[in-house]
Design a protein. Structure first.
Length: 155
């Protein structure tokens, strides 16, 4: 099993937990260093709480994504930029526990371009278009109201 930082959704910090083996695995524990997680905003901090007594099955070539609800740009500017991830897993149906540690230092990503997929770019443009269309609808409604009031005054 491996855990990596990946840009899955826009520029949000996401941890991808992937089974790279040939047998099903169970994730039992996931914890993070507090000097990093204490810098997160409340909602993101809740996502990064230690997760003990997990029972998450991940099948070969399968993955789960944990989003920390914080953007990469913000995390890069933190005082403590190293996220230490401790995790425990077993092969499904076995008792031998494997304890691993992954360290992601977001400072290392400082000079890299934050990749936004074509779908994310399209989604962003659609959001902008929705805002503009909302303003157009408001203006049309105001014009219709004004012309209706004007026609009632003349009649």
């Amino acid at each position: 099993m491996q855990i990596s930082f990946e840009l899955v959704k826009e520029s949000l910090v996401c941890l991808v937990i992937r089974n790279v083996g040939n047998t099903p695995a169970k994730l039992h524990k996931l914890s993070f260093n507090q000097n990093f997680t204490n810098q997160l905003p409340p909602e993101a901090k809740k996502q990064a709480e230690d997760k003990t007594n997990l029972n998450i099955s991940i099948y070969p070539q399968g993955k789960w994504v944990l989003c920390l609800n914080e953007t990469t740009n913000k995390v890069i500017s933190y005082e403590y930029t190293k996220l230490e991830i401790d995790y425990v897993y077993t092969a499904k149906g076995k008792s031998k526990k494997y304890k691993e540690k992954e360290i992601v230092d977001f400072k290392d990503y400082l000079n890299f371009l934050v990749y936004i997929s074509e779908m994310d770019e399209l989604r962003g443009e659609i959001k902008k278009l929705n805002v503009v269309m909302g303003k157009v609808n408001k203006n049309i409604s105001k014009l219709c109201k004004s012309s209706l009031e004007l026609s009632q005054c003349e009649g």
